[in-house]
Structure formats: structure tokens, C-alpha cells
Design a protein around this ligand. Structure first.
Ligand SMILES: [Ca+2]
Ligand SMILES: [Ca+2]
Length: 166
């Protein structure tokens, strides 16, 4: 039952992507997603590049959200996955300071803890490309960077793992 709901939501998300982007993605959707399980969590790495908000919506349609890095172990796991896919690829995670500049919050509204940060570059809210600055976070080469939320990037969704999850 939960599996069929997940499949329907996944299909809806693909249709949504289809409308937004190009039919190429639909035809190749099975090779554009990688599912990895770690302990009680399931991570879905998608190669489809979208804005932070659209990416987040796709994760929510899967029953999860953009990944929240709760521990060093989780960071090392995700960084390892990202690095094994490709050093130059960027992946959204569920961290943003859109609400208040410099106040980093996870998508579950918990604040970013100082001892659990892995910035590659100190967040600078650079406004050259987007006047609203850089309020969303990507993994790049196993570390984090702040970029414009409207930039098109890949994503890491995090879902609670249940026995029904494929
Ligand atoms: Ca997590
Ligand atoms: Ca910012």
C-alpha cells in the first residue's frame, strides 16, 4: 500500500519535472536517480537539476524532504556518496538562511549547530548572479557552499526507511 502511494507520488513528481523540463529526463528517469540506504534512512540522489524549492517539493512528494545532516557520521556518508558520483557535481541539501540572512536553518526548522558544519567556502551571500544573494546550500566536493536558491542543481532527498520502501 505504502509502496504504491510512493510510486504514484514518484510518478507525479516525474510528470511535474516533465512539465518543467524536457522529455529527455522522463525517458531516462530510471538512470537519473540513485537510492542508497543507511541505517534507518533512505537517500535518493537525483541527477535532475532544479531550483531549491522545486527540488524540495519533489522530496516531499516522495514522503521525505531535502537531506538534513544530523551528525558527523551522516555528513561523512553523504560526502562519500557525492564524491563517488563526481567531484564537480552539486547537490541540494535542506539547509537555508532565506528567512534571516546568516541564520542557517534546516528544513525541519532546527538551527544549524556550530560543531556540525562542513563549509567549503565561508557563506558570503554573494549577490553578483542573484540580487537576493545565496541562501541555499549544496554539497560540492564533499563540503558545503551557499548558492542562489534559484540556481538549478541536483538534490539529495532523505526519507525515513520503512520495510515497505523499495
Ligand atoms: Ca538526516
Ligand atoms: Ca545567505
Amino acid at each position: 500500500m505504502a509502496l504504491s502511494v510512493l510510486l504514484i507520488l514518484s510518478l507525479l513528481c516525474t510528470v511535474y519535472i516533465f512539465n518543467l523540463q524536457h522529455y529527455y529526463y522522463l525517458l531516462h528517469s530510471e538512470i537519473m536517480e540513485m537510492k542508497v540506504q543507511d541505517k534507518d534512512r533512505l537517500y535518493v540522489f537525483s541527477e535532475i537539476k532544479m531550483s531549491w524549492n522545486s527540488s524540495r517539493m519533489c522530496c516531499q512528494e516522495l514522503g521525505g524532504d531535502l537531506a538534513i545532516v544530523n551528525s558527523r557520521e551522516e555528513h561523512e556518508f553523504l560526502a562519500g556518496q557525492v564524491e563517488s558520483i563526481g567531484e564537480s557535481d552539486h547537490y541540494w541539501i535542506g539547509l537555508t538562511d532565506a528567512q534571516s540572512e546568516g541564520m542557517w536553518l534546516w528544513v525541519d526548522h532546527s538551527p544549524l549547530l556550530e560543531n556540525l558544519t562542513w563549509w567549503k567556502y565561508v557563506p558570503d551571500d554573494w549577490k553578483e548572479h542573484d540580487p537576493s544573494g545565496e541562501d541555499c546550500v549544496i554539497y560540492v566536493g564533499g563540503k558545503w557552499a551557499d548558492v542562489s536558491c534559484s540556481s538549478s542543481e541536483r538534490r539529495i532527498c532523505e526519507l525515513p526507511h520503512t520495510s515497505d520502501t523499495p
